[in-house]
Design a protein around this ligand. Structure first.
Ligand code: C6P
Length: 401
């Protein structure tokens, strides 16, 4: 795996005279040359607006853009490219479902089920809908180890339940939630499910058909692609029933002042000029990941995470936040009563980039009774030596307090 590091020039640098140890991959991943080059190449040689021109460059740009949609379809095993909507990222994808599904299928008193470990982007869009339409949020609780309580989840269903929206992998606890089971239970009640796959698609194989997910959202920048591009997968039967998200060019069939018709899927949900260079970058990133192999990535990152957990636990007063057995490449921790921000700032001076704070999951922090954590999150380009550097630095900093 170590040979891939050469593909990421940014990792070669030093910060404060120390080798950079980048362990903030859950926030965003670094970009391989293949992604940067594919985007630069498009700007240098192809750039033209898509779906609009009869001219050569526009047709080439359109082919690239639609080819990228096909690459996404293959990567998550969707049935059709009609089910792949390009968005700005996970946040916009979830907002789209909350707005459009909410508009069509939810009325005052109806309920959405989310979990206590959701990122704000899977809470606030539903709260906005609540303030517009008077719907209610119901919350799946979790154990102290950070596992969702499935019996309590089943109890939340009633005749008002319209949709379930849960994270596949927690960006704080690392817990891999049993989404297949969560979907089965929802479907047994006739309720569709949206999966927030921001932290799963980059790290483990995701097959929307096998999961039987109704909607699934992820971000390009967390899977080695560019910022500003993301995906909403939706089953065609659902997408057909939803109203458009935004109005503008691209999403229309015919416009007159008297009556406007809308474009077919997936364009109905893609108003305005799309980020067609971003989609090229995303496709290059997915191709890059496929070349390494998502199962190889999962296995390597698991060994890295297991090793890090084992080593971190040798530090006195270490508290790992999130002890679910099924976990991804994310470790949250606290040491004694050292404030995460203080520890994070000192780790930074030693070249170690981790995230500190509430990680956009304040209700989860409230459940845990803490204000925030330190969080190390891994990628396949991280090494065991970098884990050693993290552990040595945490030990050193904790001795200073
Ligand atoms: N979490 C983190 O450091 P966007 O910002 O749209 O690309 O992704 C939002 C999002 C949604 N769900 C989950 C589970 C996430 O982890 C994130 C992004 C980053 O944890 C930035 S706050």
């Amino acid at each position: 795996m170590y040979k891939v590091r050469a593909d990421f020039p940014i990792l070669e640098q030093q910060v404060y005279g120390k080798p950079l140890v980048y362990l903030d991959n859950a926030a965003t991943t670094q970009k391989p040359r293949a992604v940067i080059d594919a985007m630069a190449e498009e700007y240098y040689t192809v750039n033209a607006n898509v779906h609009r021109g009869v001219h050569y460059l526009s047709q080439r740009a359109t082919d690239l853009h639609e080819g990228s949609r096909e690459a996404v379809r293959q990567f998550i095993h969707a049935v059709s490219t009609r089910e792949i909507i390009f968005t700005r990222g996970t946040t916009e994808s979830i907002n789209l479902v909350a707005a459009c599904f909410g508009e069509q299928f939810m009325h005052e008193g109806d309920e959405v089920i989310v979990s206590v470990m959701e990122h704000h982007s899977n809470i606030v869009p539903w709260q906005l809908l609540a303030s517009r339409k008077g719907i209610k949020l119901r919350v799946i609780p979790m154990t102290d180890k950070g596992e969702l309580e499935l019996e309590a989840y089943e109890q939340l269903f009633n005749e008002h339940t319209r949709i379930v929206s849960v994270a596949h992998v927690s960006n704080v606890l690392g817990t891999v939630n049993p989404v297949q089971r969560i979907i089965q239970i929802a479907h047994a009640h006739g309720v569709p499910v949206l999966i927030d796959a921001a932290q799963s698609v980059p790290h483990l194989a995701v097959d929307v058909q096998q999961l039987d997910a109704d909607f699934l959202a992820f971000s390009g920048h967390k899977i080695y692609g560019p910022t500003g591009i993301g995906v909403l997968y939706g089953k065609e039967e659902w997408l057909e029933k939803l109203p458009p998200y935004q109005g503008g060019g691209e999403m229309i069939g015919h416009v007159s002042f008297e009556h406007t018709t809308f474009n077919e899927l997936p364009f109905k949900f893609e108003a305005g000029t799309p980020d067609f260079v971003g989609t090229t970058g995303l496709a290059a990133a997915l191709h890059y990941v496929e070349q390494i192999g998502i199962d190889e990535i999962a296995a390597y990152e698991t060994s890295l995470t297991d090793y890090a957990l084992q080593q971190l636990r040798t530090i006195p007063d270490m508290r790992i936040i999130g002890e679910a057995p099924e976990r991804g490449a994310v470790i949250s921790f606290l040491v004694g009563d050292i404030h995460p921000f203080d520890m994070g700032t000192l780790l930074d001076r030693l070249g170690i980039a981790v995230r500190t704070g509430h990680h956009c999951a304040q209700p989860l922090m409230q459940r845990l009774g803490i204000e925030g954590t330190l969080r190390a999150s891994f990628s396949f380009y991280n090494t065991m030596e970098e884990v050693d550097a993290l552990v040595a630095a945490v030990r050193r900093v904790s001795q200073m307090f």
